[in-house]
Design a protein around this ligand. Structure first.
Ligand code: TXA
Ligand code: MG
Length: 328
């Protein structure tokens, strides 16, 4: 049976218990500032294999190692470039994941057999305390079944993963709401593989212009960003992106309509949801909203195209993936 325990502060003995479980090869779900992670000892291949099994995750998709700071990160890489240090100084702890060439310490299953490793130092106090108490880097993908919505509270973890985690630490709702920005530093120029709370403009201040990975259509490009399937982060209901103010015909299905800034008139029976014209506020609420609409049994969720502009990049990316068709 999975235990779900509300953590009452960093002196709570449950933290030491969680660390002991992790050192023994167990799975512990924990809060980060972005989404909840499903953690295992990142240096123990058997423990990491349990993550893949619990999520139903393809073995071709590598996992992020969570560390308590730049010093711990350096043991896990073959080379720690000056840019990585500058980024860590500026953005860690925080929602920025760095892809670097892996050292021999990193098990193959963490890397999905590739030469690189993704590293992140999360800003949530519980996550940091857990990493320190365990004394290992923690492998932690989002704590949901593969291809489903990421969890922004402990209840989402329990409903998605069932009994798979040995323990779920409940640290309340997450504050960022979308997964970390992933930045690849192994190429000729820094490249964002997944947009997130740290924006291209934030990075450009330190690095100059950064490339944005173009998408998932080209299979050759897809291989350069392992695990970046087009369809991801999806609710059970069919999610469709529609032009703002699109009319909806009468329908026998249960439909929700999500608008930004202004809610158009809707047919009776269609649930209208108004989101603010503020990207960060939408990011924080988006997954919880989609979870709620799923739980309420909607068949279809129509979402207006979010506004243009860089601030909306991560929201547009996640909605695009949630609406993408299943890939062969
Ligand atoms: O905010 C986050 O990053 C959350 C919290 C729990 O830290 N974690 C998260 O993990 O979103 P996950 O596994 O759901 O997504 C991480 C993505 C994977 O889809 C994978 O493609 C990419 O990171 N990734 C991991 N290692 C990589 C590597 N070596 N090279 C390129 N991409 C990598
Ligand atoms: Mg995920």
């Amino acid at each position: 049976m999975t235990r779900l325990v509300r953590i009452e502060g960093l002196g709570d003995p449950i933290l030491q218990e969680a660390a002991a479980l992790l050192r023994a090869g167990g799975l512990v779900a924990f809060p980060t500032e972005t989404v909840y992670g499903l953690g295992a000892d990142g240096l123990n291949p058997e423990a990491v294999a349990r993550i893949y099994a619990a999520k139903g995750r393809p073995s071709t998709s590598p996992v992020i190692l969570h560390v308590a700071g730049a010093e711990a990160a350096q043991d896990l890489v073959a080379h720690w470039p000056a840019e990585a240090q500058a980024l860590a100084d500026r953005f860690w702890p925080g929602p920025l994941t760095l892809v670097l060439s892996a050292s021999a310490l990193v098990p193959a299953c963490v890397r999905a057999g590739g030469p690189t490793v993704a590293l992140r130092c999360p800003a949530h106090p519980v996550a940091l305390a857990l990493i320190r108490a365990t004394g290992r880097p923690l492998a932690a993908p989002s704590a949901n079944r593969s291809q489903h919505l990421s969890p922004t509270c402990a209840a989402h973890v329990a409903s998605s993963l069932g009994d798979a985690p040995d323990l779920i630490l409940d640290g309340g709702p997450t504050t960022e709401g979308l997964e970390s920005t992933i930045l690849d530093l192994t190429g000729p120029r820094p490249r964002i593989l997944r947009p997130g709370p740290v924006t291209p403009a934030d990075l450009a201040g330190l690095l100059g212009p950064v490339d944005l990975w173009a998408g998932t259509a080209d299979p050759a490009l897809r291989q350069q960003a392992p695990g970046m399937q087009a369809r991801h982060y999806a609710p059970r209901a069919e999610l469709r992106l529609v032009p703002a103010g699109a009319g909806i015909g009468l329908t026998s299905e249960r439909v929700a309509y999500v608008a930004f800034g202004v809610l158009p008139p809707l047919p009776e029976g269609v649930r209208g949801i108004l989101l603010p014209l503020e990207a960060e506020a939408v990011a924080v609420r988006l997954y919880a909203l989609l979870h709620d609409l799923d739980d309420a049994g909607f068949d279809r969720i129509l979402v207006e195209h979010p506004p243009a502009g860089e601030a909306w990049l991560a929201v547009r990316d996640r909605l695009g993936r949630a609406s993408a068709k299943e890939q062969p």
